[in-house]
Every structure is written in structure tokens, then in C-alpha cells.
Design a protein around this ligand. Sequence first.
Ligand code: OX2
Length: 851
Amino acid sequence: ALRVSAVAEADKTAAINKSGTSSVPATTKDIENKLRYLFGRNEVSTPNDAYQGTAWSVRERLIDAFNKTHEHWKKEDPKFIYYLSAEFLMGRSLTNTVFNLGLQGDYATALKELGQKMEQVAEAERDAALGNGGLGRLAACFLDSMATLDLPGWGYGIRYKYGMFKQALKDGYQQELPDIWLTSGNPWEVRRDDVRHMVGFGGRVERRREAGGREVAVWTPAEQVIAQAYDNPIPGYSTPTTSNLRLWDALPLSEFDLAAFNAGDYDRAMLARERAEAISAVLYPNDSTPEGKELRLKQQYFFVCASLQDVLSRFKATHGSARWDLLPSKAVFQLNDTHPTIAVAELMRLLVDVEGLEWDEAWGITTKCLNYTNHTVMPEALEKWPVKVMAKMLPRHMEIIEVINEGWTQWLSAHLASELPAPEERAKRIAAMSIIHENPWNKEEMLVNMAYLAVVGSSAVNGVAAIHSNIVKDEIFNDFYKIFPSKFQNKTNGVTPRRWLAWCNPELADLITQQLGSDAWINDTEQLTALRTHASDPAFQQRWAAVKSAKKERLAGLIKRVWGEEVNTAALFDIQIKRIHEYKRQYLNVLSIIWRYKQLKRMSPQQRLQAVPRVCVIGGKAASAYDMAKRIIRLVTAVGSVINADPDTRDYLRLYFLPDYNVSLAETIIPAAELSQHISTAGTEASGTSNMKFALNGCLIIGTWDGANIEIAEETGVENVFVFGVRAEDINGLRKERKNFKTDPRWDEIMRDIEGGMFGDKEYFKPLVDSVNNMKVGNDWFLLANDFAAYLDAQQQVDECYRDQAEWLRRSIMYTAGSGKFSSDRTIRQYAEDIWHVGPCRPPPAAGGQQ
Ligand code: OX2
């Protein structure tokens, strides 16, 4: 079956099932029936009606595939991967499900008969935004690849009632609104009333002696909640495999305190419910920085405890409770950053306290089953919980962590005896590697270092791009690396080519399929390299350019809807979309836009005719408590309103902030981008994954020598990338020399402009200006001033290249051709081989099915 065909193409392939009869009338009827009997509506009159009817109809096909897969896996009992993550940024499901299941023909035609268009219908769906950014979206791409590769594996996380906040602009400032995404029901989940686990918090721990004389710890929690399972089927592409994302909802133990209600105490009657529901109520809106709140630790323990119980109970049902030695050959857990690392202590508790294993045996099993991925080098983002908080909320886990740490430090002491014979030296090293240590800012307080707990408790530790994994080994965990070199690995991130090219850019996908003669590249992206031989072919370049133009038109339409302004679609579309963060340096981008504007102003109208017109787009959310990031957003909108209104320059330069950046918006923006910006201070962006999505869609990159930019440049040809700025190895030295740094005169001029009120809001922008000046007190931590001149030069090169459209298009094609490595299928294969040791287990094809 032709899978990539654009929706319009679909009619041709649609409608004919295996027996040669049309299945469209049945599909149309099914959509109508779903709407009629689930929603009481007799007519499909709006895209939203059509969405509801279609989604609930597709759901049945999805559940059939899900059930077949799980029947097969149950019978085969393969080793399973469990991906534990506090975030899964799934986005919309309809298009992905229909296309992954190969049902696009049927549904596109059925919808057409109902007077609807698939594309518009898909837009009626709300994003499942259960994540912040790259970390959560990576988890979603991984699920797609695991299912596509037939790997038995589930995701486990939290079913947040409110996901990532919705961002609005009010007078150019960010406003946060709740994301109420579940109000009209969720066709993509199945509530499992038979799958519930109890999760406890607080209370006390007592010792009891068992009949055999063994002393056991008995934890009596002060508070208990129910974890209720919801399954979200994950369809693989071009395979009958449909796996699962199991998300937990927190419910109170008792529905309602009737006694309190009857006594007239209405508030107390509701209290337990509110306390329990608070656990799965909201996603913490922080990216790369932890929120040191008790509720956050509660969320982490809640989903880890429920997930581990769930896995162990299935294991027991199959293997009984006497063969825990088999667990590592049946289950492997991947800890997505430090958020689920309490799993180390929880697995020990379940094995020792509940299942009655000896400590050493349990420790052997635990460390074999767990693996940890680090996603950031920001020291402030490595989670540390005060011992006091941990002891209060999870008293038994605190004891277990103490015992682990005792064993660990004793082992270390013996291990380091010959390397560090002097006792003080040795003690210093041990203190530096201890899981429990002093808070350097407050000597009174002891902290549990969750990253160290994860490193000690795991078989493998990995970073997410080559440069990042080196920093993990040489800096963050260097002491550990020296002792366990083989524990440390690199697994360069990837993105699913289904969502991020085939489904979001069907026009480009069709062109590639035609050129390569088959759509096999969709699950074998290495085949894209064959495009290299066509990169300079003028005829192919023209078709390539036509697709980009169509996508630019679409983005222009979106800008028009948001800002009410027309943009020149012949201009260079220059995009930076990602969370707003000082290290990602959106601020640097704005400074260069200001400089461009000033240059244009100085030109005569005649000279301006020579300029390369640009439409700059910036999008991204600032964490609600991240003051500096919010000021950066305001600077973008303020500069935008000056530039966009200036009749001298508006034909040559525009700047728009697109609010509420999310997965769906990315699916519209990325195919339209010609230049994308990935300009983090070298050594700060662990990997980046949007850089891969842009490259896949033939978008050129201006970027620093950081994260996965480096590997993208290697695959695409460094000469095709606009690389600038200082290198990671020089950063520490430069930071030390801050005091003597002399800023560029152009920089000084722009700073005076902002301070002087050229964009209004003088007072509000002052902290922004200060943050990158006054180097004497160590400001400008992210070295914007150091990279400024090189960045302007690189921007100049961009303009020059864009003037030569044949060269620009050649590079564009080279980016797509060089993207083969960045499929999450490759990443997942590497995890499966090097870390998980899990192989595929494919269910038989469905009778009469498409696969
Ligand atoms: C992000 C990293 O910042 C980004 O560089 C990386 O591509 C992504 O994770 C996926 O690996 N929170 N978000 C991240 O790390 C943390 C912590």
C-alpha cells in the first residue's frame, strides 16, 4: 500500500479492501454512528463533529491491534522494556494513528463524503501536552520507534489532568492559562478499572521479627492513594504491533467522607479527594530545571511505585514468587532523567520488604534491571532532595538510600585504598561521590543526590549526543566514570520520521518517494542518502523549492491569523522555536535582528533593494517562575512591533512571536522553515532534537558547535552549516577572563538603544541589559557578548548563500539526505542492542489487515 500519499491522493488507493469491495460506505456509516450514539448528534456538520466521530471509529481499529499484540506478547513472554518518564509529549493522535495503521485511504474518502477534509478534522484535536520540551517529546518518539521495530515495551508515566500551560500574549507579555485538555473525553485512552495499585506516603517504619528469625521493616504510611491505570495504545508503522503507554491517575482511597459531610463539615468531606487528585493534577512547567517542591517528589514516587508494582505483579503471575533471579531476563527499566530515580529505592523495597529477598540478592537484581539517561549538564537541574523532605514523605526509602550509600562508600573506601592512600584525600573523594551529601549553600542541610543514586543503582548510564556523553564522562560524573568506564555510553537522540516528515510534510514525502522509487525510507531513513546525487539537479531543485513554497504559504496564513499581517513569502523564513532559556540564547537572536534593522534603516531605498528579505519567527514558552525568560519574550514582541510597523524596512524584515508553541504548531512551522537557529552556548544544550526535525525537512541550520548540531554537521557536510562561536573546551577559560572582555562597538550601540527606550519598556528591559553587561561581576554567563560578532558574520553568510538559490537548494537537499542517522529508529535499535538486550517480537498479521 502507498502510505505516504497525500490525503488528496488517498481516494485512489482507498476504498478497495482485500475482497475488492469498497470499505468506505462502512467507514462513513461508522463515523456517523459514533457521533450519533456517543454524542447524541445526528449530523456531521463541523470539523469537531467529524473529529469525534472519526477518532472514536479509529479507536476500535487501534484497540483490535492492541489486543492482538498483547495476546501475542503474553503467549511469547519476551523480555520487556519499561520506559519510565515523568513526561510524554504526545501531541495529537488522529493523523498519526490513521497513517501508522495504513487507514488513511478509507478515512480520507469517508470524510470527503461527509463534506469534511481530513486535515481540518485533524486540527480539531487538542494536543496531549504531558511534557515540557525535548525530554518529553523524545519519550514520545521513542514509543513510536519501539512499536515500529516490534520491540516489546511500554511507557509508564502520569496522566496529568492539566498538561503544559497554554501560552497567550497580553500586551506582548506571556500569560499562562490552564490546559484543560480532557473536557470532551479522550478517545485515545482506555481506562483499566481492574488495574489499580496503592501508593503510600509518610508514616513510620517499624521492625518486626518473622518466624524464621529474620528482621523485617514494616512501613505504615500515613496517607494512601490509588493509582488508576489508563492505557494509551501506540501503533507502530507498517507492522501489526501496537504497544502501550500506561499513565496513572491518582484517586482517593475512599470516594467521600460521608461522616464529615453529615456532620456539616463539607470542606473536610472533600479533603482526601483533593489531596489525592492534586498528585496527578498538573505537570510542572519547568524544562531543564527541577522544582524543589514536595508535590513534585510525590508525583515522582507515585508513578514509579505504581509502575513497579504493576510490572512485578505481572511477573509473579507468570513466573511465581520464587524466581526473582529471572527478573533481569524479563524486564529492563530505562529512567528518563532523574525524575524516576526513586525507582532504585522502590525496587529494593519491593524485593526486600514485600517479597522477602535478602539485601544482596535484591541489589544484584535491581542494578541489573535499571538504566539511567542523563539529559542535561546544567548543575542546577540535577535533582537533589533534602534528607528531611525525603525522610518525612518516604521514610522507608530514606532508610534504604542510607543503607545503599553505606555499602557504596565502604566499597569505595576499599577500592580507592591504593589510589589514594592518604586518609584525608580518600575521605574527600568519598565525600564528593557520596549519594547523601551536604548542601554546599547551606551546611546545615543534607541532600540526596538523585543522579548519583541513579549512577550507582544502574547498569548503564548514557548521554544523548556525542559531545554531551563526553561531558557526562569527563565532567559531571568523572569520578564515577574513572571507576566504571564501561557503564557509560552515548546514545545520540533521534526523532520519528513518521510524524516529523512523512505525516507533517506529505508533499515533501511524496517528492522523496517519487525520486527514490519507493517509500521504504520511512522506516529505513539511511536510504535518504541517495538524494545526495540529485542535490544539484536543477529540475529536482525546482520541485523541492515548490514544496517549500507551499509550506511557507501555509505558515504565512498562520501568521496572518495570529497577527493580522501579510508577509512576503519570497523572504527567507528564519525560525527559532524551543523553550525560552538563557542558555538557548533567543536574546542573542533578537540582538542580531535589532542590528539588521538598524543596518536597513541606514541604507538608502536603492541600497535596500539589494537586501535579502527575512521573516523571523520566534516561539516558545517561559517557565512561569522564570523571570528572565519572560522578559526575553517581551523583548521579542516589543522589537517586533517597532520593526513590523516601520514603512522603511517592513518589506525587508519582520519579527513575529508565535504564541503557544507546541507539538502541533511545530508540525506546521518546521516544514516551512528555511533557516533554523540552534545557538546555545557551546557545551550547554545536551542534544537538541528540533535541529534534527528541521534538517529532515530540508532546513538549513545556523548554530554553535554544540549538542547534536555537531553530528548533523558531520552528516550533512560542515561546509553546508552556518557554524559560529566559541567551542565548549574554551568556555571555562573565557568565563574566568570575563573581567577583561572588550565588547563589540555594535553590541554597545544596541545595548544603549534598549536602555534608552527604543523599544519602550525601559525599566522592564533593564535587568536583561544588566544580565549580559557588567562583566566585572561575572555577568553574561552564557557568553552572548563573546559570540556576538561571529554570529553577525554567520548571518551575513546566510544572506549571501540565500542570494544563490541553486546553492541554497543544494544545501537544503543535503540536509534531508544527511538526516538518516537522526531517526529514533536508529537510536532505539542502539538502546535495544547495547543497553536493553531486547529483541523484536512481532505479532502475526491481522486477518485481511493492511500489514
Ligand atoms: C532536554 C535537553 O535540554 C535537550 O538538549 C535534549 O535534546 C532533550 O532533553 C532530549 O534529550 N529537560 N529537558 C532536557 O533535559 C532536561 C533535564
